[in-house]
Ligand binder design. Structure first.
Ligand SMILES: [Zn+2]
Length: 255
């Protein structure tokens, strides 16, 4: 599987596993990898794909602390790993529970090999921590990391490349409903509104096909519809399936 160039020197690798997207921004003498997959085997495969694009030293950013976006971090050390302060704290707090759940899920699906890889993935949280915003120099290219507010989690980071590509992490979801397990449904629409205002070109969701600002605007409308359905106590009236709406409802008080 290869990286696809979505803008000059900005690449996306969409994986069969979980339909996960990872990103790559290539500058003059450095590059930035966005998210690191679920275990060291998957991360080594990602690192090899990066090396087929560029020989430059990498730095890494995690969009958030869910295992599929950051359990591969250790494969990229000793590089700097950027992430929000909340991402680092959340990975330490929830990493073992996430691991147990994912291992059980893989075993139930008959994939003992992947389960073993996830079991052995070191928890290696980001060490370059962002509160609201950080501006990176990636080999002469400006890349801005922003926490735009709570949404898919309490600590999502958005990665904005100077000439218009935005990596949205799981704040934006294509190909399935957004995931509410750790979400803040009352705040997610406003956060997506801020993301919508930033989006001028390709928007790379955490999973699925690359989208655009119009898609982000439409997803914000759906999240507003979720919120009004929940507040009206009408889980059947929302834009998503019943299971998704139930999880969203369980998170409303938490938001
Ligand atoms: Zn996630």
């Amino acid at each position: 599987m290869t990286f696809r160039e979505v803008a000059d020197g900005v690449f996306v690798r969409r994986h069969a596993s979980l339909d996960l997207n990872c990103g790559l921004v290539v500058g003059e003498d450095a590059c930035l990898v966005v998210d690191t997959r679920s275990d060291l085997g998957e991360a080594a495969d990602l690192a090899a794909a990066v090396r087929r694009v560029t020989p430059h030293p990498w730095m890494v950013v995690d969009t958030h602390a869910h295992y599929d976006h950051c359990f591969g971090n250790a494969a990229f050390r000793p590089a700097t790993v950027w992430g929000s302060r909340g991402c680092a704290a959340d990975l330490l707090a929830t990493g073992e529970a996430q691991r147990a759940a994912r291992v059980a899920e893989l075993l139930a699906g008959g994939d003992a090999e992947a389960a073993e890889r996830v079991r052995r993935a070191p928890l290696d949280p980001p060490d370059a921590l962002v509160d609201q915003v950080a501006v990176l120099d990636v080999g002469g290219r400006e890349v801005v990391l922003r926490h735009l507010g709570r949404g898919h989690t309490g600590h999502d980071l958005v990665v904005e490349v100077e000439d218009g590509v935005v990596f949205a992490g799981d704040l934006v979801e294509e190909g399935g409903p957004p995931a509410f397990e750790d979400a803040f449904p009352a705040e997610w629409p406003a956060t997506l509104g801020r993301l919508h205002a930033l989006a001028r070109g390709p928007v790379v969701p955490g999973h699925g096909a690359v989208v655009d600002a119009a898609f982000v605007g439409a997803q914000r409308e759906e999240l507003l519809a979720v919120l009004s359905s929940l507040r009206a106590g009408r889980l059947d009236a929302g834009p998503y399936d019943a299971a998704t709406m139930r999880v969203a409802a369980s998170r409303l008080s938490g938001g």
